[in-house]
Design a protein around this ligand. Structure first.
Ligand code: GLN
Length: 194
């Protein structure tokens, strides 16, 4: 079974561990830099990206993770995880860094106040079958992306909320809390073909 590390410093890493375990992966919590080399893939969970950023730098995992992902380590990030992967943030807190492995510009907390949490079904032809039931919780959107970034899903108004660039997949919403396993399956397919 592929060995998957879920960054477990902050956020909903337990839900990702459960989703991936259900799909037969050998899942471990990732907290220390020396664990990265043992992995076939990595997941960055939802949570609070500014806190995850600070902890990942304090624990010394940020730089080695960036190097490993740039070298091809398959990666999936949800919500705060999407922000962590993105090259640019339009409204990060002062001094907020990212892993800078996805050629995207994201806006944090893009849906303000009464819309800050919502659920919507989004057709995503790349994933096949029924529309994806997408759960958004203080979610970001992708405001801009490079030509190498493939859009997997967008809201009816066109705002991009799921992307893939090579071995890196990111969604602004949380399949891990919605019983939606097609993103994790797609990620594991990338892991197997890497
Ligand atoms: N708003 C959070 C952030 O900026 C993300 C929220 C989430 O992961 N559900 O990191």
């Amino acid at each position: 079974a592929p060995r998957i590390g879920v960054l477990a410093l902050q956020g909903d890493f337990r839900e990702h561990i459960a989703s991936l375990t259900e799909l037969g992966a050998d899942v471990v919590p990732l907290r220390r830099p020396e664990e990265i080399d043992t992995l076939d893939g990595v997941v960055i969970p939802g949570g609070e990206s500014s806190v995850m950023d600070k902890l990942s730098r304090a624990f010394g995992v940020a730089d080695p993770l960036t190097a490993a992902i740039r070298a091809g380590l398959p990666t999936y990030g949800t919500c705060a995880g999407m922000i962590m992967l993105s090259a640019r943030i339009t409204d990060g807190i002062a001094g907020q860094h990212t892993l800078d492995v996805l050629d995207t510009t994201v806006r944090r907390n893009a849906f303000g106040n009464q819309n800050d949490s919502f659920e919507i079904d989004i057709p995503m032809p790349d994933l096949g079958g029924d529309p994806v039931h997408a759960v958004f919780i203080r979610a970001p959107v992708v405001e801009q992306h490079g030509d190498d970034v493939h859009v997997l899903g967008a809201l009816p108004d066109g705002q991009v909320v799921a992307v893939q660039q090579g071995n890196v997949i990111a969604s602004a919403f949380h399949p891990e809390v919605a019983g939606e396993d097609r993103f994790h399956r797609r990620f594991l397919d990338v892991v197997r073909s890497a």
